[in-house]
Design a protein around this ligand. Structure first.
Ligand code: SF4
Length: 504
């Protein structure tokens, strides 16, 4: 088998083994870093920031299921302020991302995160990444059962586990027991979704989803897994992928390609052979309409007398100071917990009925509102060329500007239209599942290359999950808001009464 460059690097030295080198480089400085170790830094959540010649890094920090305690939020915010020029981005996998870090900052960042049980370990790299869940797991009256312990157990199972520290590529898991698919199951390498088998509740297992340049929807293995069997099944799926996933070409190494080649039945047979056990066939997936994981406003929790409040963080960017303020109000009016969402927003849970009004009156909640304008409230963006070395175009400011323009053009717009942007053919901004998706490109204008976007429409998950389709190519960035405006106007003029954008 011909191994690609990254596979050879991993065989020379495991990604997890770069930790002592990070500490060594923190003493010796940026210039001392071995080029191969830049690749291995990902196992500790560290990426080189653009341009690679500058001594700055991005770092992702995992937040399993998006669940943050007060103490964790404070540390995350203070580190962003101290080392990251104040920036704290919320990602589409419920993690946070810092920018502007330097190699000498890393030991203190690792140390302070560990004091609150957090870590960037395996936030990136060819490993099991941050496990996502419904942003309201354990709170949602609609969920079949509470998956929080399972989310943490999976995190612990794979954390710094050398049996699984060299997978063919990254591995993304979603675990949720809510019927609205708030964990975006179909676009994960492995997803556990709620199911019933007679009177029993448990999971169906989906494998082989993923976005990037060639998006695939995950396939249902057709087995019913009891909650107490879930961890062994998850480990089994990762083992099958580790041992059978493709390692020749990086862009053909995700589990989606293996599942597409094998089919769900063969994958299930292999999984059962690895685990030495057969699982119940059938059962029924429990699924309602997908809401895109937008949870704005005040909602009753399943715990009597408590509420969660969904707030908008436009394109997922806040500062450490803002996060500190969220932590303060969460503590003052609730129990201090916060939740990050896979739509780059934030939720304050556990607010007693009698505290809701006072919380909503706080200036921070007026600013990052529970009732955002439609387009700003449904806009998602990847990092873009401000920091990302793979980006072709700028994304966050562009998307914020487009959404604000549309909110002015269409005030009080009744139906949410989800806008997503990626800065390159990768899909960190998940544009393939957007109602209107933008994928960054470059186009020549007056002899110069300028930002442009391919425009796609009609994506979404849930019962009729499908990826969007391209309808316009390389629209210059300074005109793309007009293109979207025309699409929205066409929808308004031609839709049937109460027809959603997705149905249109
Ligand atoms: Fe970078 Fe592309 Fe991911 Fe955006 S989608 S963060 S440009 S790799």
């Amino acid at each position: 088998m011909t191994l690609n460059k990254e596979e050879r690097l991993k065989l020379e030295k495991d990604g997890l083994d770069v930790l002592h080198d990070i500490h060594r480089y923190a003493e010796a400085g940026f210039e001392a870093i071995d080029p191969g170790d830049f690749v291995r830094f990902k196992w500790y959540g560290i990426y080189q920031q653009k341009p690679k010649t500058d001594p700055y890094f991005m770092m992702r920090v995992k937040i399993p299921g998006g669940m943050l305690t007060y103490e964790q939020s404070v540390v995350v915010a203070e580190l962003g302020n101290k080392f990251g020029r104040g920036l704290v981005d919320v990602t589409t996998r419920q993690a946070i991302q810092y920018h502007w870090l330097q190699i000498q900052d890393m030991p203190e960042i690792f140390e302070r995160l560990s004091t609150v049980g957090m870590s960037p370990i395996q936030a990136c790299g060819d490993v099991v990444r941050n496990v996502i869940s419904s942003p309201v797991a354990g709170l949602d009256a609609k969920e079949l059962f509470d998956v929080r312990d399972l989310v943490f157990a999976v995190e612990q199972k794979f954390l710094s586990n050398r049996e699984y520290s060299n997978l063919p590529r990254k591995f993304k898991i979603s675990i949720a027991a809510d019927p609205r698919d708030l964990g975006h199951p179909e676009i994960n390498d492995l997803a556990l979704v709620p199911a019933r088998y007679g009177e029993e509740v448990g999971f169906h297992i989906l494998v082989g989803g993923g976005l990037s340049a060639k998006p695939h929807m995950a396939q249902n293995l057709g087995i019913f897994v009891r909650p107490e069997e879930a961890l062994e099944v998850i480990e089994g799926v990762v083992k099958v992928y580790r041992d059978h996933g493709y390692r020749e070409k990086r862009n053909h190494a995700r589990i989606k390609f293996l599942v597409a080649d094998w089919g769900a039945e063969k994958f299930r047979d292999k999984l059962e052979a690895v685990l030495g056990k057969a699982y119940l066939r059938g059962g029924e997936r429990v699924q309602e309409d997908w809401n895109g994981a937008y949870l704005y406003g005040v909602h009753k929790q399943k715990q009597a007398g408590l509420n969660f409040v969904g707030l908008s963080l436009p394109v997922g960017r806040i500062s450490g100071d803002i996060l500190l303020e969220f932590a303060r109000v969460a503590k003052q009016y609730g129990n201090g917990d916060l939740r990050t969402t896979n739509t780059q927003n934030i939720i304050i849970p556990n607010i007693p009925d009698e505290n809701v009004a006072a919380l909503l009156d706080e200036p921070i909640i007026q600013q990052f509102t529970a009732k955002p304008p439609t387009f700003v409230g449904h806009a998602v963006s990847c990092t873009g060329n401000e920091f990302c070395n793979l980006a072709l175009v700028e994304t966050k400011a562009r998307m914020k500007g487009i959404a604000e323009y549309l909110d002015t053009a269409f005030p009080d717009f009744p139906t949410p239209i989800r806008l997503h942007v990626n800065g390159c053919p990768n899909q960190c901004g998940q544009q393939a599942i957007a109602d209107i998706g933008l994928a960054g490109a470059l186009v020549r204008r007056d002899g110069k290359m300028v930002d442009a976007f391919d425009v796609s429409i009609g994506g979404g998950l849930g019962r009729d999950a499908k990826f969007n389709r391209k309808i316009a190519l390389k629209v210059p960035g300074d005109r793309v808001h007009h293109t979207i405006e025309s699409i929205v106007r066409h929808y308004i003029d031609h839709r049937l009464e109460s027809e959603t954008f997705r149905e249109y």
